[in-house]
Design a protein around this ligand. Structure first.
Ligand SMILES: C[S@@+](CC[C@H](N)C(=O)[O-])C[C@H]1O[C@@H](n2cnc3c(N)ncnc32)[C@H](O)[C@@H]1O
Length: 199
């Protein structure tokens, strides 16, 4: 099946994704998300990163927690997964190609699910969140970082109609997926926030 436009763009620019200003920004966002995630789930055993890109966040988590048993990353763009596999990483980390809307894992598989700056690109955000809920173990945490801000309201009128780009919209989708909303954290610049929810 052909990629949608966003995923095709990530596939095409995978080899220099971690370079330059944008690479540094994604690194900083991953670092902040890792910090929040390890506060709410200090000793995760199994971690999933949905829309993992080149694996930045999983590499940071593996570095900080030698006791994590398994770290899985899934991403829609094959190019991102190729770069993730080619970048030196811990043997506990594995990457595969796939989409949030159809996660290929059994129910209750992970005690921590994370996702950074990917959710805004999911074709069906509600289906993706429902899958994240399904694969998360009871009492586990889902830590989601993305564009959530009232400043983005104008973008919802035309180009991004129907997207969950405000906290209110995101909370509605998270609640409908089954999650309990716990807390919001400021993440990066004015428009990127992290929400932590639990099953
Ligand atoms: C901005 S990148 C973020 C990558 C990584 N999470 C990071 O923080 O560096 C967005 C990623 O989401 C992936 N993506 C887009 N739609 C997706 C979907 N439906 N399911 C899984 N991954 C998706 C893209 O291929 C891309 O690698």
């Amino acid at each position: 099946m052909p990629y949608d436009r966003d995923v095709q763009a990530f596939h095409d620019r995978a080899s220099d994704y971690e370079a330059g200003y944008r690479g540094r920004m994604h690194h900083d966002i991953a670092a902040r998300t890792a910090e929040v995630a390890l506060k709410v789930e200090p000793q995760p055993r199994r971690v999933l990163d949905v829309g993992c890109g080149t694996g930045l966040l999983l590499r940071l988590l593996a570095e900080r927690r030698p006791d994590i048993e398994q770290l899985a990353g899934i991403d829609a763009a094959e190019g991102m997964i190729s770069v993730a596999n080619a970048t030196e990483h811990d043997s506990r980390i594995s990457f595969s190609t796939g989409v949030a809307e159809e996660l290929p894992y059994p129910d209750d598989s992970f005690d921590l699910v994370v996702s950074t700056t990917s959710f805004d690109h999911w074709q069906d955000q509600q289906a993706g969140l429902t899958q994240c809920f399904r694969v998360l173990a009871p009492k586990g945490h889902f830590v989601l970082t993305d564009l959530f801000s009232l400043w983005l309201t104008p973008t919802l009128i035309r180009s991004h109609r129907g997207r969950a780009r405000t906290k209110r919209r995101a909370q509605t989708l998270l609640k409908d997926a089954g999650f309990r909303t716990i807390e919001w954290h400021h993440s990066y610049a004015l428009i990127i926030s992290t929400v932590v929810v639990s099953k």
